[in-house]
Design a binder for this molecule. Structure first.
Ligand SMILES: N[C@@H](CCC(=O)N[C@@H](CS)C(=O)NCC(=O)O)C(=O)O
Length: 210
């Protein structure tokens, strides 16, 4: 398998961590988002959404959308599972994961920041305030959704919500956010980073990291 990804991308981070947890072998092709590689014709043919990641299977099938890729990996490589069996618990884990993937990430994507700068003349201070605002709102909701008596988000094993959380806390720290008011989120982040398969997916550990 080939994962087209970018070292600092949180959506790529989620998928790298799942591949590592499930012990799936893959190589990486770097898509340099700052250089605009995601808009090149050859990459657009793989991923019309012009974002990372894209997972290309051994038969050439290209999968896009990180949450759909995680669903695929969980179905094709069920051990260890990313979701619990119980329908209500599954819905809770998905709700926590979606609070990041669907509520926070789309507002904070590179293309959004680029529009704020080019169309509305946003300064670096404006873009930092924008990022911090949406992460703070999203984390406040997420924090209240999380139990305080588990090692990871809902159980003592890492799952779908944890992969989204550890990637989003990386991004929050990148934007200079203090996270002390989110004890559940930071507890889960620490548990994830103490898990070797997830630590190996960290941005700094990737071959395209500067
Ligand atoms: N919903 C998509 C979003 C993919 C996406 O946009 N990823 C970001 C990196 S985290 C990206 O490639 N951004 C490029 C851009 O906005 O130009 C997914 O989860 O895969």
């Amino acid at each position: 398998m080939i994962l087209h990804s970018y070292w600092r991308s949180t959506t790529s981070y989620r998928v790298r961590a799942a591949l590592n947890l499930k012990g799936v072998a893959y190589s990486q092709v770097a898509v340099d988002l700052v250089a605009g590689d995601q808009c090149r014709a050859d990459y657009a043919a793989l991923n019309p959404g012009l974002g990372v990641p894209t997972l290309v299977l051994d038969d050439g099938t290209a999968l896009t959308q990180s949450m759909a890729i995680l669903d695929y990996l969980d179905a094709a490589y069920p051990d260890p599972p990313l979701l619990p069996q119980d329908p209500i618990n599954r819905a809770r884990v998905r709700a926590a994961a979606h609070s990041i993937a669907l509520d926070i990430h789309p507002l904070n994507n590179l293309r959004v920041i680029n529009q704020l700068k080019s169309r509305f003349n946003a300064t670096p201070e404006d873009t930092t305030a924008w990022m911090q605002h949406w992460i703070t709102e999203g984390f406040a909701a997420l924090e209240a959704m999380l139990p305080d008596n588990t090692t990871f988000a809902f159980t003592d094993q890492p799952g779908l919500a944890d992969l989204c959380i550890v990637a989003q806390t990386y991004n929050a720290r990148r934007w200079g956010m203090p996270l002390t008011s989110f004890p559940n989120i930071t507890r889960i982040e620490a548990a994830c980073l103490a898990t070797p398969e997830i630590a190996a997916a960290r941005p700094e550990a990737q071959p395209d990291a500067p």
